[in-house]
Design a binder for this molecule. Sequence first.
Ligand SMILES: O=C(O)CC1=CCC(=O)O1
Length: 96
Amino acid sequence: MLFHVRMDVRLPLDMPPAQAEQLKQSERELAQSLQRSGTWRHLWRLAGQYANFSIFDVASVEELHNLLMSLPLFPYMQIEVTPLCRHPSSIRESDA
Ligand SMILES: O=C(O)CC1=CCC(=O)O1
């Protein structure tokens, strides 16, 4: 199952810089691991915003939910999830 996810990051202005850097580093390591495994298919920065568009490939809504909740930046993100299905006019054979 494919999901489009928008994440807007809102770190508290008074968060100590070292804590923010640690969170971002932990987020990066998990995001890159999930990209290598194929679960986090796409990760794009929204130009001019501290936000991303991502595509996740997971087996269930529960898997996506648990994954998103496990992200180190989860407490500081506003997240919007959109389920995707194949478009009838798509020329692709699969969702690959
Ligand atoms: O910077 C972001 O958009 C939040 C984020 C997702 C994966 C990552 O490494 O940072």
